[in-house]
Design a protein around this ligand. Structure first.
Ligand SMILES: Nc1nc2c([nH]c(=O)n2[C@@H]2O[C@H](COP(=O)(O)OP(=O)(O)OP(=O)(O)O)[C@@H](O)[C@H]2O)c(=O)[nH]1
Ligand SMILES: [Mg+2]
Length: 130
């Protein structure tokens, strides 16, 4: 079974979170996601977070606050999501790969269609900001 280590950024500004929607033809396609991607070999998680957020949404991450680490088995794929809150960054988040994008209030995240593993991210966010 393939297991992938993923760096995930929760981009927060004024109680709102920036999300992108996964392209229809990829794993967990069509669902909303926190931007991020696979940690490459020889790279730290922090480096992966910085690189992925540059590539996917064109921001420069100034700091990442560790929020939660989640192991999840989708059946066809096992993921380890290393999730960071990113509330200090330069630039304006903009989807670079043609994905749908948007800002959502923290309190509205529960209603969105996310990959299953993300339920725990949303729980952790509620705790962090309560
Ligand atoms: N980025 C991201 N990935 C997530 C989230 N939740 C979740 O289960 N995943 C899973 O974690 C994996 C992340 O891979 P990815 O597709 O973003 O990786 P990547 O950017 O390096 O993609 P690439 O292989 O096209 O370069 C996918 O299997 C995806 O389904 C999330 O909120 N954000
Ligand atoms: Mg990605």
């Amino acid at each position: 079974m393939k297991q992938v280590h993923v760096a995930v950024g929760v981009i927060v500004s004024d109680q709102a979170v920036f999300l992108t929607r996964r392209h229809a033809d990829v794993h967990q396609g069509g669902k909303w996601e926190f931007p991020g991607g696979k940690v490459e070999s020889g790279e730290s998680v922090a480096q992966a977070l910085h690189r992925e957020l540059q590539e996917e949404i064109a921001i420069d991450t100034l700091a990442g606050i560790p929020l939660i680490k989640i192991e999840h088995d989708y059946g066809d794929k096992q993921v380890i999501l290393d999730v960071f809150i990113v509330d200090q960054y330069q630039g304006e988040p903009t989807a670079q790969e043609g994905q749908e994008e948007g800002w959502f209030m923290l309190t509205d995240l529960r209603d969105l269609d996310f990959p299953e593993a993300n339920v725990k991210i949303i729980d952790a966010l509620e705790q962090y900001y309560q």
